[in-house]
Design a protein around this ligand. Structure first.
Ligand SMILES: *[C@@H]1O[C@H](CO)[C@@H](O)[C@H](O)[C@H]1NC(C)=O
Ligand SMILES: *[C@@H]1O[C@H](CO)[C@@H](O)[C@H](O)[C@H]1NC(C)=O
Ligand SMILES: *[C@@H]1O[C@H](CO)[C@@H](O)[C@H](O)[C@H]1NC(C)=O
Ligand SMILES: *[C@@H]1O[C@H](CO)[C@@H](O)[C@H](O)[C@H]1NC(C)=O
Ligand SMILES: *[C@@H]1O[C@H](CO)[C@@H](O)[C@H](O)[C@H]1NC(C)=O
Ligand SMILES: *[C@@H]1O[C@H](CO)[C@@H](O)[C@H](O)[C@H]1NC(C)=O
Ligand SMILES: *[C@@H]1O[C@H](CO)[C@@H](O)[C@H](O)[C@H]1NC(C)=O
Length: 307
């Protein structure tokens, strides 16, 4: 059986939908109408992420209790080599970190199994198919880079990007790294190949794409969901290369609406429930980090996809 993350929000403020903004700037590599723009404007500071009026993300979720986003995020000084859909003059990358106290309390009970911090786009309402990203054909984009001074312990499963159904009963897709637990679609076997690879899972947690983790370059992912035809298609490139389709249009269950989450959810090893028990070694004082850039969701209804 699948152990879901079960956010169990009591309330999550329903946000207004952002207007789609068709781009006409030919130097901008985003070619399709934007549904949500999660790219980080270069004038933001860490404290901008604690304030809904300045952050592209929800300042309240999903993070360790007693923590603020300004204490979780870092602004790595690597804007000189931006990810593919960021512009060095307009955007900058962001790093999500976790430590031993990155414990989320969705209700009365602390999720002691996970170490987690996940960004939610502030306009991405947790509804069933009413917002534009849960409708038509959409492509979810993100780029990642590794911080060699804050490495992940890839003997664990890292669930770093996913689109979770509004009722928390599953995900339409999941992007994971490291050794994926038995029960969550992996074999739980700690081999080099499992540790050092990213995998994209479909709605049944089957791996539809895998690629080695690169430790010195950006890696760019696009996951396209066609809600009308119930299909999933994965796009990928390394460095600054244009994305390429790396799967066909595969059958997938895309119903259920919900939200995109981008960050780190480190799962335990030796666990029964994943959420409440298991082994987590102490994390060093520097923390573990994952650098992101080029986060956006675009409307691919007319066959458009930014490469
Ligand atoms: C087009 O976009 C680039 C970066 O995306 C920016 O530097 C430039 O100023 C923009 N040009 C116009 C005319 O908006
Ligand atoms: C960043 O710049 C934009 C546009 O120039 C401005 O609207 C916004 O208030 C600035 N944000 C911060 C946090 O300074
Ligand atoms: C958050 O703070 C409260 C009050 O000090 C404390 O009881 C709780 O253990 C803290 N939570 C974590 C995860 O450290
Ligand atoms: C960022 O890195 C550049 C070199 O790549 C350096 O010149 C600059 O001083 C750094 N800025 C900060 C704030 O550390
Ligand atoms: C969903 O898609 C349909 C058909 O493409 C469109 O008429 C409707 O306005 C869309 N709804 C939202 C919330 O975007
Ligand atoms: C990485 O995780 C494994 C499995 O929990 C653990 O045995 C190992 O000690 C950890 N390594 C480090 C460097 O913390
Ligand atoms: C289903 O996919 C086809 C192309 O394969 C496309 O023409 C059609 O518009 C899609 N239908 C819906 C409802 O999205």
């Amino acid at each position: 059986m699948r152990f879901f993350i079960a956010l169990e929000f009591a309330t999550l403020a329903a946000a207004t939908l952002s207007h789609r903004q068709p781009f006409t700037n030919s130097t901008n590599k985003i070619k399709c109408p934007l549904i949500f723009d999660g790219r980080i404007p270069s004038n933001l500071t860490l404290s901008s992420f604690d304030d809904a009026s300045t952050s592209p993300y929800n300042p309240g979720f999903v993070k360790g209790e007693n923590r603020t986003w300004s204490s979780i995020l870092l602004l790595p000084n690597i804007s000189a080599s931006p990810s593919r859909f960021d512009s060095s003059s307009l955007h900058k990358p962001i790093e999500v970190t976790i430590d031993s106290a990155s414990l989320f309390r969705p209700g009365s009970r602390l999720q002691t199994g996970f170490r987690r911090a996940g960004l939610l786009l502030k306009d991405d309402a947790n509804d069933v198919g009413a917002d534009a990203a849960d409708n038509g054909t959409v492509t979810f984009h993100w780029s990642i880079k590794q911080d060699l001074t804050r490495p992940l312990n890839l003997s664990h499963e890292y669930m770093n990007v996913w689109h979770e159904k509004a009722d928390y009963s599953g995900n339409q897709f999941t992007f994971v790294g490291g050794v994926v637990l038995v029960g969550d679609g992996g074999n739980g076997v700690d081999t080099w190949e499992e540790r050092e690879s990213w995998k994209v899972q479909n709605g049944k947690n089957e791996f539809v794409f895998r690629t080695p983790i690169l430790f010195g370059a950006w890696q760019n992912f696009g996951v396209q969901l066609d809600h009308g035809n119930n299909t999933i298609q994965v796009y990928y490139s390394a460095g600054n290369a244009p994305l390429e389709a790396v799967t066909g249009s595969l059958p997938n269950e895309n119903a259920g609406g919900g939200q995109l989450q981008v960050g780190i959810a480190k799962k335990p090893t030796e666990t029964q429930t994943v959420v409440w028990d298991g082994y987590q070694e102490p994390i060093s004082e520097r923390g573990e980090g994952q650098i992101y850039g080029s986060i956006f969701v675009e409307d691919s209804s007319n066959g458009c996809v930014s490469l």
